[in-house]
Design a binder for this molecule. Sequence first.
Ligand SMILES: NC(=O)c1ccc[n+]([C@@H]2O[C@H](COP(=O)([O-])OP(=O)(O)OC[C@H]3O[C@@H](n4cnc5c(N)ncnc54)[C@H](OP(=O)(O)O)[C@@H]3O)[C@@H](O)[C@H]2O)c1
Length: 239
Amino acid sequence: MDIAHKTAVVTGGTDGIGLEIARQLMAKGASVIVCGRRADRLAAAAMEGMEAISADLSSADGCDQLVKKLTGRPIDILVNNAGMSGNFGPGEPIDLKRTDQAIFLNLNAPMHLIGALLPGLLARQQAAIVNVTSGLAIAPNGGSPVYCAAKAGLRSFTLSLRHNLKNSNIRVIEALPPVVDTAMTAERTEKKMSAKDCAAEIVDAIVADKKEANVGMVKILRTVYSVSPALARAVMIKF
Ligand SMILES: NC(=O)c1ccc[n+]([C@@H]2O[C@H](COP(=O)([O-])OP(=O)(O)OC[C@H]3O[C@@H](n4cnc5c(N)ncnc54)[C@H](OP(=O)(O)O)[C@@H]3O)[C@@H](O)[C@H]2O)c1
């Protein structure tokens, strides 16, 4: 897809991987609309030339708020990037409110936004839907059951939706980041990919009309999984 003159919506585009995707789409000539909650981040994105919309996508009402602001706008690219961990430690009681929010933000919100924006996307000459999942969508780890479940659900939804839309103008892309250096991974100590490098691989996948952006180490996970799902699961569960 030629990005120039396209209009892109990037959820969670005010920080981390989403902000870098937004910047790189802008650098390729797109008009970019980002959404998030924090006013300071939204203001900073606006200062960079993005249109910034405030919405909390962890509920249906929040998704509706964003959709209302996008109604009638010609959207070519939808990047469902906003996510949260919703994890709980070993033996800790499960915080059900946080669990529901995490499932909604990671899984339901992309479905709500795709559902609402699909007629508009189908009317464009070329369009793309990018769902940001995770390497953990391929094989879960033991530390984040809720997150892994939501991301695996989004991966499955994405695979099915791609088939569903195969004869349409819409490219359905899944982006699977590895561990990336953002606020979400602040407590992790291992080597992390930069958000800028991760976003570059995702934007390259949009440009090249790829089905998947298996970013960094996820390429290796994907290969191991294709040879032996059991081995990939055994390694990842300890991760
Ligand atoms: N970092 C990693 O290692 C990693 C690995 C694999 C996959 N991923 C996935 O990549 C995506 C981006 O992750 P990241 O690490 O860049 O996250 P991040 O640095 O924590 O940024 C999250 C972005 O989403 C926004 N956001 C959070 N909760 C929101 C809500 N309820 N409604 C609307 N916006 C919300 C944040 O802004 P506000 O807080 O202002 O709302 C921010 O712009 C996520 O889907 C994540 O699961 C990340």
